[in-house]
Every structure is written in structure tokens, then in C-alpha cells.
Design a protein around this ligand. Sequence first.
Ligand code: TYD
Ligand code: MG
Length: 487
Amino acid sequence: MRRSRNHCLTPQWVCWQCNAFYHRHLLTVAKTQTAYFCSDCGHEASKWAGQCAGCGAWNSLREAPSAKSRNTKGGRGGGYTGQRAEVQSLGSVAAETTARKPSGLDELDRVLGGGLVPGAVILLGGDPGIGKSTLLLQLLAALTPDLPGLYVTGEESPAQVQLRAQRLGLAGASIDLLAETNIEAIVQAATAGKPGVLVVDSIQTIYAEALDSAPGSVSQVRETAAQLVRFAKATNTAVVLVGHVTKEGAIAGPRVLEHMVDTVLYFEGDAAGSDGRYRMIRAVKNRFGAVNELGIFAMTDAGLKPVGNPSAIFLARGGAPVPGSAVTVMREGTRPLLVECQALVDLSHLGNPRRVAVGVDGNRIAMLLAVLHRHAGVVTADQDVFVNIVGGVRVTETAADLAVLAAALSSLRDKPLPQDTVIFGEVGLSGEIRPVPGGEERLAEAAKHGFKRAIVPAANAPRKGKKIGDMQVVGVQRMADVLDALS
Ligand code: TYD
Ligand code: MG
């Protein structure tokens, strides 16, 4: 009888961890050896601990069958076998040109870096109801008959998928459908059917027979995803996995999942917003293209429609200018995008005034208000500050700093900014205004949409004699210059 590594280390009658009676417990635990894995970095530990010794993350260790106990059967990783591994020089390796298959959904192709790469594994994460299943069904329909698709649904019945297809006007599309959650059966069906694209909706519902834990658990997600990655590489099939997200917005399951796949896409959007129609797809990891590229869709009653001119939509402002609004040009990947930044600064009745940010980093707001106080003498310590980026867009770059400050100042002074003014630039801790990448492209995008005046970092202003449309560009270097330009 083998003794469990984790429990019952000392011969005693009752297990100190689970209180199971010694003999019976040993019989049950000895079958599978368990270990603890960090859900962030994958570090393996034999005992549970509050903090991962590998990456220092707290409360991230989860119980799972250890790799050793599983590998002894399959022979994988079973130690050095005496075979010589071949070392080759990098120069002698023939580069494979990755032939991409454009999907026909332009905005998705933009995010993927041109299209689907055979053998690539893509993970698509997003909130429930944001449109993951809809997008993938549209993707498969757009790819047929060039690239036949197999849609594995673990969440919905075939009838439900058919209902959605009808709604999308794709009822007659020749897409193979498989309602199955067992990974072995899925891989078997995919191997037999030889699809060009395999969509698994969702990885959290798929389970492997060999593991005891429930679908969606760390070990199941890790194991089933690993099998699908192996299938993709072995058969050169593009695989798209749908991943649920947690309350914090990260893909549920182990972080290693994101390490395993080639591309990680996040579906974002403001489903609960005023309009809530717009959906954005962002690549946060892409082995075959650029990251942070943004694809923009609108959810209509006939599915997701690409948005060709997003700036025009996010800027749809009507009526007279109002205080607390500033337009900035953000740049996601290669595309400049005009967005409106709103702020409300109001006298606080709390001991600790509130700083609430939607679409921008909350810590950044606190920092900007501190710079505003220290270097421009504007006090907001007794004010609540709310900042929002209109349209559910999330700004991840620092170029929106100046617009946030301008909107906050405008709200504080109850004085609207001129409607034809656009403002962007990064604010440094010592009150300096720092340049941002792609200044000219941003200015050109603003000029295209009829803006006449731009307040930008001095280093981003076009050189003397060079004009961008009929735009008047004001270059600023310090916070004092910004206040002058805004007054
Ligand atoms: P779905 O793709 O099921 O979301 P997910 O797979 O990410 O959970 O999208 C469902 C939502 O989209 C649902 O709220 C209804 C809406 N929807 C439309 O507005 N129009 C449509 O044509 C379709 C198919 C869905
Ligand atoms: Mg779904």
C-alpha cells in the first residue's frame, strides 16, 4: 500500500487534514497522486500554501493530479531515454511562411494580424452574452466552403445553435455541429472529420475522462486545452477556444492556458451602457501579429456587424458644448480613434472623496489629480471625481492623460471646451507633458473629422511649415502651458 505524499505522512489513525480514517483514506488517495499547481504561473508544489513559491501570488494554489502520476502511463516525460536530441543552428532552419486565411470579417482579421493561421490556437474570452458564440458562428459561416468548420458546442443544444443561425441568416450554412463535452470524443470526431477550423465553445465545459475533477476546474481546463493544442499542431488545424472570464475580467482557469495558446483575444464592450451596442475585440497576445489591435463591431438584431468608421460613432455628440467633456485621439494598434472623455467634478460630502474611473485606470486618475494640484495649483482634494470614456471603450495608453485633465478642469470650472478642439498627451509626475507615439497620425485623424484646434505635447507638434489640414496645433511642455491653452 502506497502512502499519499500530501496526507497521512506520519503513521496515525486519522488523517490530520481531512479527518478520514487512516486505512480507508489511504486506499482512496493512493490511486491518484495529487499536487498543487499555481493558477498564475503553473508552479508545482507538494503541499498547499497561501503563497506560491514560484511567482509570489497569493491564494493561487489549486489541487490537481500531479504530472508525474499521469505521465507514467502515457510515457511522456518519463525521464531521459538515451535518445539523442538534435541541435541545429538557427540559421539553417527554414523559415515557414505562415499562410493566412482571411476570414472575411475584416475587423476580426485586423485583430488576428491578417487572418487565421493553420495550426494556430486562439483563445477568445469575454463576459457572458457579449457575443462570443455569435462571432464564432459568423466566422465559420464566412470561412465555408474554403475552410470547412466544426463547431463543438458544450453549452447549448444543437437546436439552440440552429436558432441563433436562423437569426443570423445562416440557417443553411454548411457547418458541422457536434454537441459533446468529452475531449477524447471531440478529438476523435475532429480527426475523422478533418475540419480546417475547430471551434470549441467553451473550454470550461469540456472534460477529460482520466481526471476526477469537475469540468471547468484548473486541472480539467489545463488538460483538455493541452489535448486541443496537440491536436492543432499535429493536424495543422486552426482551433478557436471560447473561455469564460472571472468577475475580475481574466479568463477563468489557469493562467497557463494563456501561455499555451498562440493568440489571446478579449471581447470587451459596454453591454450595460447607455447604448451598449458596440463590441471591441482586443488581442492581448499574438504570436502571429501585433497586439493591442482593436476590432470594432456593432451588435445588431442580425448579429455582429463590423464598424468601418468607429471615430464617427464614438464622437456622435449632439447639441451645444457642455462642461466636463474633452475629445482625445487614442491609438489602438495601428488605428487612431477619436473618443470622448467625460468628467464630473463635484463637491464631496465624504471624508474620503471618491475617484471613480470607467474605461481608464483609477490609479492614473489619482496621479493626474495630484499633478494638477502640485504643478498647477488646482485643488480637488475636497471634490468627488468621476471619469468616463464614452461608448464603453477602454483606454490603455497614457495619451489620454491630458484629455482627462482637461475634462476634469472643465467640469470643475463649469466651462465647456470649444467643440472643435482635440487634446492628447502624457502627463509626467514632474508636471512635464511627454510626447506620445504616432502624433501625426492622430492629428490627421482629428483633422479628418473636422477638428480645427489641437493641444498636444510640444514634441508631437508638426515641424514649422508643415500643416495638417487647416488645423491649428498648440504644443505644450508644462502644466502651466496646458492651463494657458485651455483658458
Ligand atoms: P452570445 O453569442 O450567445 O454570447 P456569448 O456566447 O458571449 O455568451 O450572444 C448573445 C447576446 O447577443 C444576447 O444577449 C443576444 C444578442 N444577440 C443580438 O443582439 N443579435 C443577434 O443576432 C444575436 C445572435 C444575438
Ligand atoms: Mg456562448
